[in-house]
Write a new protein. Structure first.
Length: 632
């Protein structure tokens, strides 16, 4: 079959188009193009039913739209599945891809491969609007206008689509509805769960895009319906969660070297003291934040996270890690997520006094915050302080350390924040495999961290296989400010580190950090969890040596000698494990109490010269196989 339309076919196509370009609507010039709707190279027929009349400019732009780039394997599979669903008459396709997985490229590839003439893109923020514009131009030479205003057809002809924030739905719903009814439009809703944040947006979304040909919905985090559901989205009747048509999860992204695996370091706020601002009475100390919440201290959680003393403790640990990273990656950056604008300003002032650096803050009341974020992205500045601004979609791949002090600890919010530090720059760099997340320990966040770590562990295991061929239960974070009680004092301690399916105690983490500091530069690139693992193995080896030394004793030795040696090993083992757990030398009463509890657990009253070898061996086995926390 001929590639070009013949004279009679051209006449029929021009007549059908009423003499105007079928994209921009201007009068067809004498050199107008007869174009294949489905490209000839993709099997489109040279037939009037597959022809359209275009001005030269629109046809060239359409040709640019067919530009091809190499997609990741998941993006190609998602594209193929999406095209099949749309061709079978489905209106909406929902893609759930983990933060940092490449949703922007996926969305643009769908528009590039589809036959839609125009695209409308909705994004949560102005920063993301700019990113969509830049990526569309860079990848597919698609020009997007960042507003709904089309003053004339000549203005319209320069663009193939519109990109705007969800907030703009309120004033542009009717204009968007008219636009969709007049054009073959693909709507791309980035982080579509935002439509569920308020019923008004949901109503505007339904009204605006009911006439749209298709909708591609994107999300980095699964979400459940909270009452009213998003138009056109399918939900699981039992779980109430939205049902994705395609999922690219965190586990697979780690295995594909698309995302970094996160090391989680929990810091515990303890011995909190509060003062009643009316009476001056001191309240406390409370051993944990949860204890303060349970004792009805107003907004204990928020006050603890806003404490400068607590912030400095977390920052000191996080900044050391960032310094280690910058030894080999000079522009590595860190993100501080503050609990409020007031706290963010106090953090900024405190850091200036500590470091002499005037770190920038971005929040909703910052003048042109998206400009500040872009400036940080292109710089090599160490830290960026944010209040709910750099939480989703924002692509700053040099971010590799996160310091989380927000009172919002829902799974959706945490995944979005962690997603900012998980985006890999290079799939081949060993120093780009890990990122580091520092947070304040609470039962709710610990539970989520355990879930995230399971994903990390599965992703790393899968990678190794492939390499061989708003507040949730904290009780004190919500509501407005309450100044009747103020935080008077607290202590912060390094509590634990979780990485690669292993959790290391505070004592082991401190030993690992100290060893890295003493090493000079050669341990800088070694993740902390590996040093922790080495230390644990060394401790275990020492214990094995103790046991071996006892087992290799001369069996002909008198019972009194063997008993004495065994009691010596028991005493040394108890003291050592208690010291590691307490991060200090245990006191006499603590040691005595531990022995009493151990004896009680194994069914003996006390150990002395009359205790049998069998009972002493049972005691040593119990000590070896249990945690010191059980003895206190």
């Amino acid at each position: 079959m001929n590639r070009c339309f013949n004279k009679k076919q051209r006449q029929a196509i021009e007549l059908s188009a009423c003499g105007v370009c079928q994209i921009c609507g201007i009068q067809l010039p004498t050199n107008w193009h007869a174009d294949h709707v489905i490209p000839y190279s993709k099997g489109g027929l040279t037939d009037v039913t597959n022809g359209q009349a275009l001005c030269p400019k629109c046809n060239l732009n359409k040709g640019n739209k067919m530009k091809s780039i190499k997609l990741r394997e998941w993006q190609q599979r998602a594209l193929n599945q999406c095209m099949d669903e749309f061709s079978n008459g489905e209106k909406l396709f929902l893609t759930h891809a983990t933060p940092g997985g490449g949703k922007t490229v996926h969305g643009l590839s769908v528009f590039n491969a589809s036959m839609h003439t125009h695209v409308i893109i909705l994004a949560p923020s102005r920063v993301l609007v700019t990113q969509w514009q830049e990526e569309a131009k860079k990848l597919y030479n698609v020009e997007l206008k960042s507003s709904m205003i089309y003053s004339a057809q000549a203005d319209f002809s320069q663009y193939q689509g519109i990109v705007m924030t969800y907030q703009a739905l309120n004033e542009n719903s009717e204009n968007l509805r008219k636009f969709c009814s007049e054009h073959d439009t693909l709507v791309i809703a980035d982080e579509i769960h935002h439509v569920a944040d308020g019923q008004a947006w949901g109503d505007q979304f339904r009204n605006a895009f009911e006439p749209a040909t298709n909708i591609l919905a994107l999300t980095g985090t699964p979400w459940a319906s909270q009452g009213k559901r998003i138009a056109f989205v399918t939900y699981n009747q039992e779980t109430k969660f939205a049902t994705p048509d395609f999922t690219y999860d965190k586990t697979t992204a780690i295995a594909d070297n698309v995302c970094r695996a996160t090391e989680f370091t929990g810091m515990k706020a303890r011995n909190l003291m509060f003062s009643d601002n009316e009476t001056g009475v001191l309240l406390g100390p409370f051993e944990t934040i949860q204890d303060a919440v349970d004792n009805n201290i107003p907004h204990a959680y928020t006050k603890a996270l806003s404490s400068l003393k607590h912030f400095k403790s977390l920052f000191t640990e996080a900044d050391r890690t960032l310094s280690d990273l910058r030894e080999t990656t000079p522009d590595a950056g860190g993100l501080i997520v503050a609990p409020s604008i007031k706290a963010a300003k106090e953090f900024k002032d405190e850091l200036f006094m500590l470091t002499g650096q005037d770190y920038r803050i971005v929040h909703s009341k910052t003048e042109k915050p998206h400009n500040s974020i872009n400036e940080y992205r292109k710089s090599s500045e160490r830290w960026l302080i944010s209040v709910d601004m750099v939480t989703e979609g924002v692509d700053i791949k040099r971010l590799q350390v996160g310091l989380f002090l927000s009172t919002k600890n829902t799974e959706l919010f945490l995944r979005q924040v962690i997603g900012r530090i998980e985006r890999r720059r290079s799939s081949h760099s060993e120093t780009d495999k890990s990122c580091f997340f520092y947070y304040t320990k609470t039962p709710d966040i610990d539970e989520l961290v355990a879930e995230f770590e399971e994903e990390n562990e599965r992703g790393i295991a899968l990678s190794e296989e492939q390499a061989i061929p708003n507040n949730k239960g904290n009780g004190g974070g919500g509501g407005g400010p309450d100044d009747s009680v103020s935080l008077d004092d607290l202590e912060t301690e390094l509590s634990s580190l979780t990485a690669r399916g292993m959790t290391f105690s505070r004592a082991v983490v401190r030993l690992a950090i100290a060893r890295k500091r003493r090493s000079g530069t050669w341990l800088h690139d070694v993740p902390t969890y590996i040093v922790c693992k080495i230390i644990v193995e060394e401790m275990s080896h020492e214990e094995d040596q103790d046991a071996t030394a006892y087992q290799e004793e001369d069996y002909d030795a008198p019972i009194e000698v063997k008993s004495k040696r065994l009691r010596t090993i028991i005493i040394r083992r108890v003291n050592k494990k208690l010291g590691a757990h307490l991060s200090r030398q245990p006191t006499g009463p603590e040691i005595s109490s531990a022995h009493r509890k151990i004896n009680m657990r194994i069914g003996i009253q006390k150990t002395n010269d009359d205790t049998s070898i069998e009972l002493l061996e049972r005691k040593l086995e119990y000590i070896t196989n249990t945690r010191a926390s059980l003895w206190l």
